[in-house]
Write a protein that binds this ligand. Structure first.
Ligand SMILES: [Zn+2]
Length: 157
């Protein structure tokens, strides 16, 4: 004996008792299964929840959309990223300023004196001409160029 959950075309749910699945199919095919509520023979088997493989029908995670260059949202995002980078750079620059000694135009001389042990090693910053920087590099004195915006001069000292 097989008990099936059935539903008619109008949505009435009821149980049908059959000798077997084949018995159900043959009776259904012959139109001998009627809805007990409305009498129609448009009957289909209702899948009970445990038989539904919900995992299989769950939508897959949508692939990450490729950024569309024309999209305003993407442009805003790019601007935000640029702003973040700029803020990070400014923070790093501020840190350099806070941790270095401004020797101004004496930078090349100071760097050279430190390199040759004439003065204690310390972090310095200052201005050097391209020729001075190249000369320092040739002498093996490490110099990192740091381009600071004009706003960093003066008031921040
Ligand atoms: Zn019905």
């Amino acid at each position: 004996m097989k008990v099936l959950d059935l539903r008619c075309g109008s949505g009435h749910g009821f149980e049908g008792w059959f000798g077997s699945e084949d018995d159900f199919q043959s009776q259904l095919g012959a139109g001998r299964i009627e809805c007990p509520f409305c009498g129609q023979t448009d009957i289909h088997k209702r899948l009970s929840a445990p038989r539904l493989n919900l995992g299989a029908v769950a939508p897959a995670e949508p692939p990450a959309a490729a950024p569309a260059k024309s999209s305003p949202d993407t442009a805003m995002t790019t601007d935000a990223v640029r702003q973040q980078l700029q803020l990070a750079w400014l923070a790093a620059a501020r840190q350099v300023i806070a941790q270095t000694d401004d020797v101004g135009t004496r930078f090349a001389d100071e760097a050279r004196r430190m390199h040759y042990g004439e003065t204690p090693e310390r972090a310095i910053r200052g201005q050097a001409t391209r020729q001075q920087a190249e000369a320092l590099a040739e002498e093996g004195i490490p110099v990192a160029p740091l381009l600071l915006p004009a706003a960093f001069e003066g008031p921040l000292q």
